[in-house]
Design a protein around this ligand. Structure first.
Ligand code: SAM
Length: 441
């Protein structure tokens, strides 16, 4: 199967089955045995189309009487793929973009190929004029140009201002770097970098985190021998910072109440040098095996994975833990670079989150011993899911207080106050919120 065909299959799967892009890509790449040289282009095409869908449909609508939202799904996706290649990919000639797309349509639905061919040729002919977004309303202009639901742009412009929002939108369209976390139980950063370099993988040390490496050209990770041997885990810097802030001592008792697939849990277990005991919970049974698989691969034996709903109070574990991490479910608006489909979430879909987050935080606090640490984190930049949750919690729980964060030097404006607000365009990493509290009595 060629790269464009696979991209079409993945895009259809994401749309039909509401799957996350990264999961659908992994699943299809595994099942379809894609050639190594096709992985990059296929991934770029999939992410490019999702990232720019509103804009691509806007361009399409300028040329077609039948509007994008009325088209059959497959015809629209073929057109989005073709227009994306013409307007965004310098590496693909206009001729190839049209011909390859039309060939694909022919094999799928012959009667639509003339229509697709005509639209794509018109895109090429009128490139200069149709590529421009001619919308005067600021919110609609930005939500078309950058492809977002208008409510998100409106929310950010009101909250952060125009310049901040545009910088954020630009950063969200950038390709995120890949970072790996060294399994310090099995190797050192230097040794791992040298082994990766032998595989022609470019490595760069991250000065602020001693276990972090930025890598380039690391493909087909699950089949990489060093990965299979458990020498590293793929994890963004922001997520590693959460582990650094919890920073559990050896032999302590830790509870991670929303822990699948286990990125932060395995980091905590490593920081503890595989001593003590970590109870790693998640509400989904099928995700528990992901935690166990990663722990096994990394050679960690101090993790006990359990299926448990964090919104239900577990009376058996009150006051039992030295450290509790609540890495709660959230809107994900800080990780749009990695999951661009988040741009199209409806406001209503996210309405319930703050009350779930508050409930989970409240329960999490009950498991913390006196003098114990409670860390709350999200991968979103929305105050309603972040600092507002913490402030409301502190109002009702004066036995907890925020404590200055000194494990990292990231958000100098806030970390002395006990929390970090991380933004992709300011800090060059996933957007996160992390608060550190201690139980004082
Ligand atoms: C942000 S993710 C956690 C990521 C994880 N800490 C890591 O670093 O790999 C949030 C997790 O919370 C889980 N979750 C959602 N609702 C939950 C609940 N009520 N109780 C426990 N886990 C829940 C989700 O299944 C998801 O795996």
């Amino acid at each position: 199967m060629n790269a464009r065909e696979i991209a079409f299959k993945v895009l259809s799967d994401i749309e039909k089955n509401k799957n996350y892009s990264n999961m659908s890509i992994n699943k299809h790449f595994k099942e379809l045995e894609i050639k190594d040289q096709d992985r990059g282009f296929t991934t770029e095409l999939i992410y490019g189309v999702i990232e720019n869908r509103n804009y691509l449909d806007y361009v399409m609508n300028k040329l077609s009487k039948m509007k994008a939202e009325k088209m059959q799904m497959h015809v629209r996706i073929f057109l989005e793929m073709g227009i994306y290649q013409i307007l965004f990919l310098d590496s693909v000639s206009d001729y190839a973009a049209v011909n390859e797309t039309v060939n694909l349509v022919n094999g799928f639905d012959k009667k639509s190929s003339g229509f697709v061919n005509a639209i794509l040729r018109n895109v090429i002919r009128q490139k200069e004029t149709i590529a421009k977004v001619d919308i005067t309303d600021n919110i609609m202009y930005l939500s078309t140009k950058y492809s977002y639901k208008p409510w998100m742009i409106k929310n950010w412009v009101e909250k952060f201002g125009q310049e901040f929002t545009e910088d954020l939108l630009d950063a969200n369209n950038e390709k995120p770097s890949i970072y790996i976390r060294v399994n310090t139980l099995k190797t050192t950063r230097e040794e791992l970098m040298s082994k990766l370099s032998d595989m022609n993988i470019k490595c760069f040390k991250i000065s602020t985190l001693e276990e972090a490496i930025r890598v380039e050209n690391l493909k087909n990770i699950e089949n990489n021998k060093l990965f299979k041997d458990g020498l590293f885990t793929v994890q963004d810097i922001s997520s590693m910072i959460v582990g650094k802030i919890v920073n559990p001592k050896e032999n302590s008792r830790v509870l991670d109440i929303c822990s699948a697939p286990g990125g932060k849990t395995t980091h905590l277990a490593t920081i503890m040098n595989n001593t003590g005991h970590i109870v790693s919970r998640d509400i989904f049974e099928h995700k528990i095996k992901l935690i166990n698989a990663t722990a096994n691969r990394l050679g960690l034996t101090n993790i006990e994975a359990q299926c448990f709903d964090a919104s239900v109070l577990d009376n058996d574990n009150i006051d039992k833990f030295d450290y509790v991490l609540a890495d709660v479910p959230c809107s994900g608006l800080g990780i749009i670079r990695r999951k661009p489909e988040i741009k199209y979430k409806e406001k209503a879909d996210l309405k319930e989150l703050p009350s779930i987050q508050s409930k989970i935080l409240k329960n999490a606090s009950k498991y913390v011993k006196i003098d114990g640490v409670l860390v709350y984190s999200t991968c979103t930049i929305q105050d309603v899911e972040n600092i507002d949750i913490i402030n409301a919690f502190l109002k009702e729980n004066d036995n907890f207080k925020l404590v200055p964060i000194d494990a990292v030097n990231v958000d100098v404006d806030n970390q002395d106050k006990g929390y970090l607000k991380i933004y992709p365009h300011i800090h060059g990493m996933d957007g996160f919120f992390i608060a550190k509290l201690i139980r004082v009595r």
